[in-house]
Design a protein around this ligand. Sequence first.
Ligand SMILES: C[S@@+](CC[C@H](N)C(=O)[O-])C[C@H]1O[C@@H](n2cnc3c(N)ncnc32)[C@H](O)[C@@H]1O
Length: 242
Amino acid sequence: MSGGWDESAEAWIAYMGDRGDWAREHVLDAAMLRRADGRGFRTALDVGCGEGRFCRLLRQRRIETIGVDPTHALIEEARRRDLQGQYRIGRAERLEFADNQFDLVVSYLKLIDIADFREAIGEMARVLKAGGSLLIANLTSFTSACAEDGWIRDEQGRGLYYPVDRYLDEFPQWVAWRGINIENWHRPLGAYMTELLDRGLVLRFFDEPEPTGGGDPERASLYRRAPWFLVMEWCKPSTAIT
Ligand SMILES: C[S@@+](CC[C@H](N)C(=O)[O-])C[C@H]1O[C@@H](n2cnc3c(N)ncnc32)[C@H](O)[C@@H]1O
């Protein structure tokens, strides 16, 4: 199938605008920023930074941030919007940074985009300083395992249901909306947790954030019906845990 991030970049930039989509603005950003604010993080790496919106939010907080993404058009847009920022072409599976370099590593809705997510987690853990934090926003796994297009109304009047299938498998699927056509990966939550634990990281925070504000109660109720996203903060201990 044609598509992918290079072909979808222009539509993605238009879709994100300045403030991100509704879910970023009203569900995820506040939860992510609460974990970054007031923690004394001085340096950050945003892996899969897209057009750089979250890097700009971190930089506004005086956290010196580098954004990395393999999609040239997105990195060009990030540079265009933030002339003083640092944005580089790169892939999560092979980060061109030294071990133990960053106080904070961010993975904002991009693990689902990566075929070899295990390597990506290993790399993000490697470049994190001891005592630093890996902050992850991801799609919930029951959302990525949804067999159909969202909620279905039961003909017998028993309400709405959400058909989850092949939950324990790992598989890619193409998703398309608003001119964006990309391949996303489903994995069970356990696959992510196991890899993060195997890399010696320690879970410090977990949330399935609720929507706040946004002036669209109908849309907010969709995000409350079942959480689409999770937020996790994993710490790299100073001494390895065996
Ligand atoms: C859904 S977008 C999220 C962008 C940004 N983090 C945000 O939340 O707005 C996923 C991003 O992952 C990037 N990406 C795809 N494959 C990647 C890889 N192997 N390593 C790092 N980033 C990747 C894409 O180019 C895209 O910018």
